[in-house]
Structures are given as C-alpha cells and as structure tokens.
Design a protein around this ligand. Structure first.
Ligand SMILES: Cc1cc2nc3c(=O)[nH]c(=O)nc-3n(C[C@H](O)[C@H](O)[C@H](O)COP(=O)(O)OP(=O)(O)OC[C@H]3O[C@@H](n4cnc5c(N)ncnc54)[C@H](O)[C@@H]3O)c2cc1C
Length: 426
C-alpha cells in the first residue's frame, strides 16, 4: 500500500494525496453511520479528471490495493469504510458540468456536482434535475437512478453497485421541465396510521404528487426545538405534499387532496403556492435529519436506517414500527417517502446496552418488511451494515449471480471490498 501511495503522489502531486489522520478519519468513519469499524483507508486521493481516475485504478490494481469511491459521504451503512484498508478516492475536485444537451433534456456531469448547484446553474434553461436525495451525483449513482433497454442493462448494473464494480467519473442525467406552477401542502393528523393511510389514498387516486413525506410527532417536535425553520409546527404526525404542473392541474390536485383529507380527522391543513412560502413550508422536511442530529449529546450515537414495502402494507408497518420505537424509551423518530412505501427510522443511543436494544428494534422492522414482501433498504443501500439482510431477502442464488458479476469485472476484489456481500469463501 505504501508503494501505491508513493506512486499516486508522483502521479497526482503531494497535495492531491493525503495521509493526514483527520482526513483519513473523515473518509473511513462517519458519525451518522449506523456501523463504523476501526480500520481506516491508508490514503485519500483527490483526482481531477477521468484520466487521473483511470491511472489511480491502474496503480491500485498493480499493487492489489482496494479502491473505495467517496463523493458526499452521506451514506449510513458503512458504504465508504475501509475494512481492508486501501485508497479512498474522493471525487470532490470533479464537480463540473461537461455538456448540456439542452434540446435532448440531458446533461453530462462529473460525479461531485451537487443537485442543488446543478439546478442553480441551469435554472434559466427552464429545466431542472428533479431528484434531491443525496448531496452529489456520484453517490446517487452509487446508491441508484436512470434507464435504458439497449442490451443487458449495464447502467442499472453500475447504478446502485455502491462502488463495488467501478468508478463513475461522468454521468448523463435526464432533466425535467420546471413546472409552470408548484405547491406545497402540509397536513397534521392525530395518529401516524391516519397520516400513512391518507398518503396511500392519495397515491391510489392517481394524483400526480411530486413527493409525499411523512414525519412523526417526535420529528415535528425536534424541528420546533431546533428552531431551524423559524416557525412553530403542530407536534403531531404530519404529511408533506409537493405538487407541480400547470396552474389548473395543481389547483385540481390540491382540491382532490383536500377532498380525501375530509375523510380523516385532520388537525391542520396548510397550502402554499408562493415560492418563498413554499420553501419555508418544505424546510421542515429538509431540516428533519439535521435537526435530529443537532440535538445529539456529545458521545451519543445515531442509527439511521430505511426499509420499503408494497404500498398496501406501508401504513401497517409504520404503525407497528413506531410502537416498537416508542417502546424503546429512547429518542427516535420515523420519517418516510411514504408514497414509495419507503420510510426511515433515526434513533439516538448511548452505550452498548442501548445499541443492542436499537439493533433488536431495527431487526424487527426489517424482518417485518421482508415478511411483507418488501426490501431491507429502499434507498440507503447495503454497505457493510445490511449484508446479512440482503442474504435473507434474496437467498443464495441471486447473490451467487452477483458474485459472478463482481468476479468478472473485479477479479482481484479491489473495488470497495467487503460491501454488499463477501467473497464466497469468507
Ligand atoms: C438525510 C438523508 C436523506 C436521504 N434521502 C434520500 C431520498 O430521499 N431518496 C434517496 O434515494 N436516497 C436518500 N438518501 C440516501 C442518499 O441517496 C445517499 O446517501 C446519497 O446519494 C449518497 O451520496 P453521497 O454523495 O453522500 O455518496 P457517498 O456516501 O460518498 O457514497 C455512496 C456510495 O457510492 C459509492 N460512490 C461514491 N462516489 C462514487 C463514484 N464516483 N463512483 C462509484 N461509486 C461511488 C461509495 O463508495 C458508496 O458506496 C438519503 C440519505 C440521507 C443521509
């Protein structure tokens, strides 16, 4: 590994390869990850072009050194940790727009472009990149997106592969037209089950919502305590809807949502179509995780995890999981993209005893999701933390196929090793 680091330094220059403790820690450990390990990468390389990435890969292959791609570092299942040491490849210098194919509604970018910067840069074109799940494109590709039907779907093979098959240095993204009219609605409910059920009703009705998010009472309380949104929210389970389309279609969507809300004992219904006020309403959803983390006492840890189930089961699973979570007596909340059947739990804890309790609670949630024909993760991915669940979800045969693909593309098992699944004989 030392020889590889020396060679990387002569390739990239001293400033583009770091072995400083702080930098290694920032690339091998995450204070919001559910799982962390002792070992760190031996160095972090900061390439600035595809050519440099390719040369880094050649050097790492020559010395059989693991390569661990790193973009925004937001993933929570130990995705970018370094269980076998190796080089963390941080794409932060590769943050440009390479080509804007305006008429095709496509854009080609480097991996560290953030969706927010990207949208700010192209806003005058009338187009935007509609997804906002992760900080950078590289990580979004690492943990999933996109479409093709030409031959084997190699896009989808790489998308979601968490850096275990290759290093992404460019991505072409499908853009959408910025809607003529947008709106945000926020509705509070007496129970989480009511909130989840109403979200399902809205989806069943075929109303074209851009997003439906659920936040539980704890999460709403946390947002109030953090003061991050500059207003006081009802501390009850709350649904956040985003609408987009023509003026007429948005007005119609809102009207339909209001009609559905009448079937429920809602506590509060707010709607905004003024852009600034919308931003303020949506800010609670955006601030959710950070507000929770801001309340962490020093030394305490966080377990943030997600599952997804068929729409018909999501209200039931959220209700059961919330009961278990409340039963822990710890500080934890539920938040979800309930329209996709996907939700998250974030739980703060302190020490080994509490960790074991949290682990049990998370196991129960994942096991239930699998029993309901769901998946162990809707969007966070497998990383180190969910390998056993993946095995449980898929069984041996699909994992054997994945191993065969990995072996053919990465015969020396150097690309982000230890993530998603282990080599057969480990
Ligand atoms: C608060 C929060 C909210 C979220 N909300 C959503 C949501 O609404 N919808 C959703 O889909 N997801 C959501 N996620 C998951 C999110 O999509 C991922 O955490 C994020 O996309 C990872 O991006 P990153 O840049 O931080 O990548 P990193 O954490 O740096 O890396 C993620 C994975 O991709 C690999 N990788 C990184 N860069 C490259 C590259 N250039 N080439 C190959 N592999 C690479 C890494 O090795 C790692 O395995 C959320 C996560 C958090 C923490």
């Amino acid at each position: 590994m030392e020889r590889a680091v020396d060679e990387l330094r002569s390739l990239l220059g001293e400033d583009s390869v770091s072995t400083e403790d702080e930098i290694l820690k920032a690339h091998g450990y995450s204070e919001w990850s559910s799982i962390n390990i002792e070992r760190l990468p031996v160095a972090v390389a900061f390439p600035s072009s595809t050519e440099q990435v390719s040369k880094i890969a050649k050097i790492c292959s020559k010395y059989r050194v693991p390569m661990i791609p790193y973009s925004g570092g937001s993933s929570v299942e130990g995705h970018f940790s370094a269980p076998f040491g190796g080089i963390s490849i941080d794409f932060m210098e590769m943050n440009g727009i390479l080509e804007f194919q305006r008429e095709d509604m496509n854009i080609t970018v480097q991996p560290s472009v953030s969706w927010a910067d990207l949208n700010a840069k192209i806003k005058d074109s009338g187009l935007f990149f509609p997804m906002d799940p992760g900080p950078t494109i590289g990580g979004m590709v690492g943990t999933n997106c996109r479409k093709s039907s030409a031959g084997y779907n190699l896009n989808s093979l790489f998308v979601g592969s968490e850096g275990t098959l290759g290093l992404v240095t460019e991505a072409t993204l499908k853009l959408a037209t910025i809607p003529e009219e947008t709106g945000v609605a926020v509705i509070a409910f007496p129970t989480i089950k009511d909130a989840a059920s109403m979200a399902v009703d809205v989806i069943h009705k075929g109303i074209m919502v851009g997003a439906v998010e659920i936040l539980d009472d704890v999460q709403m309380n946390v947002i109030n305590r953090s003061g991050a949104t500059g207003r006081k929210w009802t501390e009850k389970p709350t649904l956040f809807f985003k609408f987009g389309g023509t003026k007429v279609s948005v007005a119609d969507d809102i009207d339909q949502v209001q009609q559905i809300a009448k079937r429920y004992d809602t506590l509060d219904f707010q709607f905004e179509n003024d852009p600034e006020k919308q931003k303020r309403l949506w800010s609670a959803r955006k601030e959710a995780l950070w507000s929770m983390l801001a309340l962490r006492e020093s030394g305490s840890e966080v377990w943030s995890t997600d599952v997804a189930v068929p729409l018909s089961r999501v209200a039931e699973l959220i209700e059961l999981s919330k009961k278990d979570l409340d039963g822990l007596g710890l500080f934890g909340s539920v938040l979800g993209h309930v329209g996709d059947g996907n939700f998250h739990e974030t739980i703060l804890f302190d020490g080994a005893k509490e960790r074991a309790m949290v682990e049990h609670c998370v196991h129960q949630m994942v096991d239930r999701a699998l029993e309901m024909e769901g998946t162990c993760t809707g969007e966070h991915g497998i990383g180190l933390g969910k390998k056993d669940y993946l095995q449980k979800e898929l069984g041996d045969a699909p994992i054997q196929v994945m191993r065969a693909i990995k072996k053919s593309l990465d015969p020396n098992w150097l690309m982000n090793p230890g993530k998603i699944f282990d080599p057969k004989d480990k």
